[in-house]
Design a protein around this ligand. Structure first.
Ligand code: NDP
Length: 312
């Protein structure tokens, strides 16, 4: 066991983790932040962020995350990249095992592992992922210049992806399983009035056509009410159907709610284990915004600081 455990180890490098790191670093707690396979988190897969206060003209998601990262580093955060394979919360100090075999020990742990894009679970999904099927318009949109694009989903993510993809695609068709969007009014208005976007209501994607050699060539849609099937042309299919929280490391150690999100005390980032705090999308299925994640990261760092101060 390490003789000198860290004061604070933070798991995850989205707005929650980096804000927690900034506050902990400015409190002279020299936090260690472990960034996972998608450094910067979900915002690195978005384009323009127009609703993060302080950026009147908007800012690109990846640029915003770079700024947050630089800010956290400036005050003494140590950032390492690695896939955490195990955490042990039953004894103090808490133990974190990284895939390169590295073991880190800490007096407190801030969990900000975020959430991951959902998929539909269609039979050929994993085969076609990266071969015309994607969960990230920002990452893959440019591969579909002048192509036929489908976006699955009716929430803000799907609308945002659809709008972004109009920069590349010949046509973007947004496929909704219901008769109405879940997205905010402003996003709905934007997609409904965009000349390159068509909306297909009451349709479920049931089959992805093509293979790894051809890439995606089409899709089979099934009407939600009549079950009538239609085959349509598509070169690219993008999923925008929501996310699931990244809690696998904590199952059996920390309670989750009905949707699988970590449970924290009301108005707090405290979990059921003293010294373990959770913030951002891993514990928030209601707001899920960059600014609320950042706010909860601030709360987690301040609560960790108070916890450490009380330890003496
Ligand atoms: P949401 O959960 O809001 O929406 C998911 C969408 O996918 C819904 O339309 C849902 O359909 C559809 N869906 C889910 N499962 C399936 C399925 N199996 N088959 C077909 N369709 C499916 O997720 P989002 O990622 O869009 O948004 C999450 C949160 O993040 C929201 O609070 C949103 O406001 C916010 N957000 C804000 C942005 C912004 O402000 N710029 C940008 C992106 C997200 P149904 O409606 O029928 O359930």
């Amino acid at each position: 066991m390490a003789t000198n455990p860290h004061h604070i180890v933070i798991l995850g490098s989205g707005p929650a983790g980096l804000t927690a790191a900034l506050y902990a670093a400015r409190a002279n707690l020299s936090p260690l932040l472990i960034e996972g396979p998608q450094p910067g988190g979900q915002l690195t897969t978005t384009t323009e962020v127009e609703n993060f206060p302080g950026f009147a003209k908007g800012i690109l998601g990846p640029d915003l995350m770079n700024e947050m990262r630089e800010q956290a580093l400036r005050f003494g955060t140590t950032i390492i990249n690695g896939w955490v394979t195990k955490v042990e919360l039953s004894d103090l100090p808490f133990k974190v095992v990284v895939d390169d075999g590295r073991e880190e020990y800490s007096q407190t742990l801030i969990i900000s592992t975020g959430a991951t894009a959902k998929t539909l679970g269609l039979p050929r999904e994993s085969e076609m992922m990266g071969f015309g099927l994607s969960t990230c318009a920002t990452c893959d949109g440019a591969f579909f210049r002048d192509k036929e694009i489908l976006v699955i989903g009716g929430g803000d993510s799907a609308c945002e992806e659809g709008l972004f993809l109009t920069k590349f695609g010949k046509r973007v068709r947004i496929v909704l399983r219901r008769e109405e969007f879940r997205a905010s009014q402003i996003m709905q208005h934007r997609v409904k009035t965009h000349p390159k976007i068509e909306i297909l209501y009451n349709q479920n994607l049931v089959e992805i056509l093509g293979d790894r050699k051809t890439g995606v060539t089409g899709a089979v849609l099934e009407h939600s009410q009549t079950a009538e099937r239609t085959q349509i042309e598509a070169d690219g299919i993008f999923y925008g159907i929501g996310h699931h929280p990244n809690t696998e490391l904590f199952i059996g150690q920390l309670p989750t709610d009905d949707n699988g999100y970590l449970v924290t005390e009301p108005d707090s980032s405290k979990t059921t284990i003293p010294g373990v705090f959770a913030c951002g999308d891993v514990q928030d299925h209601v707001f899920r915004q960059a600014i609320t994640a950042a706010g909860s990261g601030c709360m987690a760092a301040m609560e960790a600081e108070r916890y450490l101060a009380a330890l003496g």
